[in-house]
Design a protein around this ligand. Structure first.
Ligand code: HEC
Ligand code: HEC
Length: 348
């Protein structure tokens, strides 16, 4: 009785050893290309994180009075209850206008090298000034934002506590810095991070197979680093241009930023964390099925057909990038006063 049992045990452990070796080889390859989320909130450029500032940033992120109409907050289009985006093809903003692009998630955005589909803002503080002023988003002006904040004594106190020893703490710059501070806390550790850090059990077999395909097919040439993207620019349609339904001809991407012909239809390789929460896909928001998006990437970026079984495995792997949300506490906002500028609804 004892011999066969030993034999079986021997076989099992040899198999486990072989699997372990394969897993650690794959992990080494993956560690060369990707990086796990840091275990602490990252330091920001020229913006010290304090609890007061993060709390102020939370209030500003959720406050619709930062828009001219009093209708739109950052959370309208970057809803933290639904993956940090709005699940619309392209966003609806001021006076019901449809914007030109799909809303990317704010989750983990702090790890992108540059912000927006075309990378036109260097960091989150610069980024936050954009939507407030964009006619199709919040349609406000920096002066009106500052007047709105100054009209509510509670906000003035919060700015003073967040930016001590500054002559004029309530400013548009500090508004953006407080929002940046809050956004830096919106990070979502995922099973893939646990796996990169050495936990073999964190990924299913299908997810491991999907990771191998993701690397071997060449996806990781563009989608790499801590956010699996967000750090480089490539033509959408490097090998074969997708149809006008997916890549509308009037949005030429980075060309509008650099005005160089080479940048026509160049976009930032999209960051892929929480991607299974943020349909629809691409800057046009025209693709609702992640599997279809993966197959489009195969033909457009790599010149290769990704079959159904492979696409299912890659999608399974992408699911391992969906992380644990930080606790989101809906803030109670300062009450408006008679001095608070009144909402306006016109298209300016
Ligand atoms: C009306 C909808 C709308 C509102 C309101 C809005 N955004 Fe956005 N946001 C978008 C869209 C659309 C984009 C992509 C635009 C582009 O790439 O040209 C974007 C991009 C971003 C990005 C870049 C993410 C990335 O991966 O590049 C961040 C960060 C962001 N918004 C934060 C904010 C903050 C902070 C506010 C509030 C001050 C805000 N947004 C208000 C729709 C909105
Ligand atoms: C040559 C660079 C490149 C390669 C290779 C590449 N991608 Fe992309 N990927 C991009 C760019 C650029 C975008 C943004 C396209 C746009 O403007 O909408 C993108 C977008 C995506 C999106 C949509 C993201 C979103 O938020 O809507 C997914 C999903 C994706 N890629 C997955 C993959 C997969 C899976 C592979 C491998 C089969 C792959 N990519 C290969 C550059 C690349």
């Amino acid at each position: 009785m004892t011999r066969p049992l030993k034999l079986i045990l021997g076989t099992v452990s040899a198999l486990a050893l072989a699997q372990g070796a394969a897993a650690s080889e794959l992990r080494e390859r993956a560690q060369d290309m990707f990086a796990p989320l840091p275990s602490t909130i990252p330091a920001l450029n020229d913006n010290i994180l304090t609890e007061e500032k993060v709390d102020l940033g939370t209030a500003l992120f959720f406050d619709p009075r930062m828009s001219a109409s009093g209708v739109f907050s950052c959370n309208s289009c970057h809803n933290l209850a639904t993956g940090g985006d709005d699940n619309m093809e392209t966003s609806i903003g001021h006076a019901w206008q449809k914007g030109p692009r799909n809303s990317p998630t704010v989750l983990n955005a702090v790890f992108n090298d540059a912000q927006f589909w075309d990378g036109r803002a260097a960091d989150l503080a610069e980024q936050a000034k954009g939507p407030v002023q964009a006619g199709v988003e919040m349609a406000n002006t920096p002066d009106n934002v500052v007047a709105t904040l100054n009209s509510m004594p509670q906000y003035v106190e919060w700015f003073e506590a967040s930016f001590p020893d500054v002559a004029a703490p309530v400013s548009f710059d500090n508004f953006a810095k407080a929002i940046e501070a809050y956004e830096a806390t919106l990070i979502t550790p995922a099973p893939f991070d646990a796996w990169l850090n050495g936990d073999d059990g964190a990924l299913s077999d299908a997810q491991v197979a999907g990771l191998e395909l993701f690397i071997d097919k060449g996806c990781s040439a563009c989608h790499n680093g801590v956010n699996l993207g967000g750090n480089g620019y490539y033509p959408f349609g490097l090998i074969e241009k997708p149809g006008a339904d997916v890549l509308p001809p009037d949005d030429r991407g980075r060309f509008a930023v650099t005005e160089t012909a080479d940048d026509s239809y160049v976009f930032r390789a999209a960051p892929l964390r929480n991607i299974d929460q943020t349909a629809p896909y691409f800057h046009s928001g025209k693709v609702w099925d992640l599997k279809v998006a993966v197959q489009i990437m195969g033909t457009s970026q790599l010149g290769t057909e990704i079959n159904d079984a492979e696409a299912d495995q890659i999608v399974a792997f992408l699911g391992a990038l969906t992380g644990k949300m930080p606790e989101v506490v809906y803030p109670v906002l300062p009450a408006e006063t008679l001095k608070t500028p009144r909402p306006t609804g016109e298209v300016q």
